[in-house]
Write a protein that binds this ligand. Structure first.
Ligand SMILES: Cc1cc2nc3c(=O)[nH]c(=O)nc-3n(C[C@H](O)[C@H](O)[C@H](O)COP(=O)(O)O)c2cc1C
Length: 241
């Protein structure tokens, strides 16, 4: 991740009285026993202490079907699956900040997290979550933590979300290692809240997001006959000229 965060002009700051909502999404199947969930909860607790409203969603407690590549979303914006994905998506739209958490499963995110991410394809193509802030957390026995953080940051970037440096914890035989990360996790939540309030800019990340957007603009243009509202929205935002 890049270090050179640049504060935005003061007028784009969110005042302390304004509602600020941070959503955590956990991909562990172990729900309350999950170490990743615990890490995520500390991030959210740090955000709450800094004044944000928070919410945590366990993917495993919801029913999310795998994408079947039917292309319905591309044609209509609507998915043919009737499951709990729209509930999460609405919460993501409402959020100012999104924290993704996954344990490492065979050097990657869990299947639950990957199925969920695949369902975000339309949100990526149409950049419906762009401008938000986020970060990622992961736990592992020993390996793959940094790779999972890097992958989740990549997903956030694809979504047009600016990401703060995440936290990965290798627990191994040391049961204290997770608790050793509590302070860092709480600080991350506070920093995420502050980044949203001050609209911190990350020029390197914004450049990548801009390049991706130029690529996705082709899809939005190609689909403009049947997804006129989205096309008009891109024109209004100056993303298509
Ligand atoms: C199916 C499965 C695959 C795993 N793969 C890895 C792995 O590749 N590398 C590793 O170090 N730990 C691996 N682990 C261990 C978990 O990443 C680790 O226990 C993690 O902290 C569990 O997080 P949770 O408590 O949030 O579910 C695996 C565990 C399971 C169940």
């Amino acid at each position: 991740m890049e270090g050179g965060a640049v504060p935005a002009p003061i007028q784009s700051m969110k005042g302390p009285g304004e509602d600020l909502f941070i959503l955590g999404i956990s991909g562990s199947p172990r729900e309350m026993r999950s170490r990743t969930r615990m890490l995520l909860q500390w991030v959210l607790a740090g955000a709450a202490a800094a004044g944000a409203k928070t919410e945590l969603i366990d993917l495993t407690s919801l029913r999310i079907e795998a994408c079947t590549a039917c292309e319905s979303c591309s044609l209509t914006g609507a998915c043919l699956n009737t499951d709990d994905f729209p509930f999460i998506y609405k919460r993501m739209i409402a959020a100012h900040g999104i924290v993704l958490g996954s344990p490492v499963y065979i050097d990657h995110v869990t299947g639950q997290m990957k199925v969920f991410i695949d369902r975000l394809a339309d949100a990526i193509h149409y950049q419906t979550l762009a401008g938000k802030y986020g970060c990622a957390v992961a736990t592992t026995w020993s390996s793959g933590g940094e790779e999972v953080i890097s992958y989740l940051n990549h997903v956030l970037s694809y979504l047009g979300i600016l990401a703060l440096d995440g936290i990965s914890v290798s627990t191994g035989d040391d049961s204290d290692s997770l608790f050793g990360a509590e302070e860092r996790a709480r600080n991350l939540g506070a920093m995420l809240t502050m980044a949203i309030r001050t609209q911190v800019q990350y020029p390197g990340q914004s450049a990548i997001i801009g390049e991706n957007r130029a690529f996705f603009a082709r899809i939005v243009e190609e689909n403009r006959e049947w997804r006129r509202d989205e096309y008009d929205e891109w024109v209004r935002k100056g993303w298509i000229t």
